[in-house]
Design a protein around this ligand. Structure first.
Ligand code: SF4
Ligand code: SF4
Length: 109
């Protein structure tokens, strides 16, 4: 077993502002506006981006035990998923509004 960092939310001080969800590059935070949020430890590689954005300072880094191979697998998976998402967003931005509209209308048929 190895140790790795993950973010942890002290839920009693979370005001449910959802800022952390918007800034997390790994989609590791679960929660809805006005409700307390939680970190999905399986998805969080402990990048710390959310910590500086939280207005109530209720996110900190803790260490959890995890098998080395599992850590490698997780980090790779998260990285690839983020890249795919980035590429999809770039592709979407590069498409014309007419093409996007056509896709939406065809989808609803
Ligand atoms: S530490 Fe990084 S990956 Fe983990 S929840 Fe915060 S922003 Fe997301
Ligand atoms: S940024 Fe902080 S206060 Fe806002 S939802 Fe996330 S953990 Fe809660």
């Amino acid at each position: 077993m190895n140790q790795r960092p993950v973010a942890f939310i002290d839920e009693k001080n979370c005001i449910g502002c959802a800022i952390c969800i918007q800034v997390c590059p790994f989609d590791s935070i679960i929660g809805a506006q006005n409700f307390s949020h939680r970190i999905n430890f399986n998805e969080c590689p402990g990048c710390k981006i959310c910590i500086s954005k939280c207005p109530t300072d209720c996110i900190k880094i803790i260490k959890i035990n995890q098998d080395k191979n599992d850590i490698k697998k997780r980090v790779k998976f998260n990285y690839n998923r983020r890249e795919r998402r980035k590429n999809n967003i770039e592709k979407r931005y590069s498409e014309s509004i007419e093409k996007q509209l056509e896709e939406i209308l065809n989808y609803q048929k």
